[in-house]
Design a protein around this ligand. Sequence first.
Ligand code: CUA
Length: 162
Amino acid sequence: MKKGATIYLYELAWILPSIAIPVGMLSALLVTAFGAGIHVPSDAGRVDIATLGQKAPFDKLGLVEIGPLRYEVRMIGQIWTFGENEIHIPAGSTVTFLATSRDVVHGLFIPKANINVMLLPGLLSRVTRRFDEPGEYPMMCHEYCGIGHHLMGGKIIVDPRS
Ligand code: CUA
């Protein structure tokens, strides 16, 4: 084998993966974003902390029925509570969580429902999930928010439909 050919193959062994890996990553990104509809949780708007609790959607807190098997859970996170410790919904419900924080950065983490959003003062977080399986879905704060952080939690209870 000529010496030049060996160098060419050696370079190719680096060049091809350096093209294939970014192309593969970009493809995975496009498939998950546009094919599977998976997006990074993003803020759904702004809320005024000064009037929190007076204006929609936070003028009425907790579980709000907005249609047949359609609910909103409106929560204001503050040290060290979501305001709601236990939320009952019937199985098959589609629930939109609307949440924000009154004071510091909190998080809303409901692992069994694949919900993981940050609650930031002044920003509205919105996430929608369908709850088909009856049972308890623990929810907890997953951003360290002070000495009572570990106490900040609650649960969604999905009741079987009779
Ligand atoms: Cu709220 Cu940690």
